[in-house]
Design a binder for this molecule. Structure first.
Ligand code: CP3
Length: 344
């Protein structure tokens, strides 16, 4: 059967006249309808674990803007919670977790088979979405990459330069490696269930990959993502994988092959013409527009959007931001970005 959905065509390596478009964190606090549904749920985690409301906030940006893809509404920190870590969100500050830094604490984590007890509502959300999304919209599932999730499990919160995780890596390699291994296996199980429930593509967020240096980058960013990708493709032949090693810099070159990914998501630090030559030559790319343009808009937004479309026009490309849209963004600027991409 010929694939009709534009996102899946781009992921399969097709160069389209107009790049399909979606946006990292497209369901979120810049949208008044998101804030209303979150208030109805009570708090962020209750929203994540309420399949009807999580499906509703996933659909909101599709209804408002007609994006080509919907990304499941959930969070990368639900997996550590399902493995037994305590998780809560402090309003205005971000996530907090009970920390895991010793062999005893590692041993107390739940086995991978147990994660579904907690994560079942997420699979339920995916099922609802695969029924309710428009026929042309691709449903993207996701998880955090092991290194990024480990930085939160070890530090107990977002930490400058991911210091606590680097410290544990240096001081107790066995425990650090144990956490990475458990997250790798947990992510395979978690994403497999999302795929079985109806996710048509999955994305791995390695938001803190950039703080890994030298061999550590290969060992703890690339290798776990490669292992997850290989396992998913073996279990679910043809499932497209997007990898986002944010902050990889010139290490973005060769990334498709290193991970086995169908698409590499670019942050806003890499130069588009460099990435076209060195990354897109190996497959689909996505991203690159600085999310600050969603706050400031205007001519700069239009010019940058056109520049990125032009730079990636000779190969497979999905238009996206280089990182998530922020709560202070103006919803009108999102429309301006979409109009610019679609008329270019
Ligand atoms: O993209 C989407 O619309 C889908 C949902 C999604 C969320 N988080 C919802 C969310 C996705 C894909 C994520 C990924 C995520 N979560 C990452 C990787 C991507 C990135 O941004 O680097 C990370 C590091 C997290 C962990 C996390 N979740 C943090 C650090 C925070 C607090 C910071 C913040 O933006 O508030 C969250 C909370 C969070 N996750 C919100 C949303 C919509 C805001 C919660 C709220 O409504 O108050």
């Amino acid at each position: 059967m010929t694939q009709q959905k534009t996102i899946l065509r781009a992921l399969a390596g097709e160069t389209l006249p107009t790049p399909p478009i979606w946006m990292m964190r497209q369901a979120g606090r810049y949208l008044p309808e998101y804030k209303a549904t979150r208030a109805q749920a009570g708090d962020f985690l209750s929203l994540c674990y309420n399949p009807d409301l999580a499906a509703e906030v996933t659909l909101q940006p599709i209804r408002r803007y007609g994006f080509d893809a919907a990304i499941l509404f959930a969070d990368i920190l639900l997996l550590p919670q399902a493995l037994g870590a305590d998780l809560w969100f402090v309003t205005g500050e971000g996530p907090r977790l009970s920390t895991i830094t010793t062999a005893d604490q590692l041993a107390q984590l739940k086995p991978v088979e147990a994660i579904h007890d907690t994560l079942n509502p997420v699979y339920e959300t995916v099922k609802i979405l695969s029924q309710e999304l428009p026929a042309e919209t691709t449903l993207i599932g996701f998880a955090g990459a092991p290194w990024t999730v480990a930085t939160y499990m070890i530090g107990g919160q977002g930490t400058p330069h991911q210091g606590p995780a680097h410290a544990l890596k240096a001081e107790n390699r066995a425990v650090f490696q144990g956490i990475i291994n458990r997250l790798t296996d947990g992510t395979i199980a978690y994403l497999s269930k999302q795929i079985e429930a109806g996710a048509e593509c999955v994305k791995l967020f390695d938001s803190w990959a950039g703080s890994l240096e030298g061999d550590d980058f290969t060992e703890f960013s690339i290798k776990p993502m490669q292992k997850i990708t290989a396992a998913l493709k073996q279990k679910h032949p043809g499932i497209p994988v997007i990898a986002f090693p944010r902050g990889a810099g010139n290490r973005y070159a060769g990334m498709h092959a290193a991970i086995g990914a169908d698409c590499v998501a670019l942050d806003d630090k890499v130069e588009a013409s460099w990435a076209a030559k060195n990354v897109q030559k190996d497959g689909c790319v996505q991203g690159n527009l600085a999310s600050s343009h969603m706050v400031t808009g205007g001519k700069a937004l239009i010019n940058e959007t056109r520049r990125i479309c032009e730079a990636f026009s000779q190969g497979p490309h999905i238009f996206n931001l280089g990182h998530g849209i922020t709560p202070d963004a103006d919803p009108a600027n999102v429309q301006l970005m979409i109009d610019t991409v679609r008329e270019a």
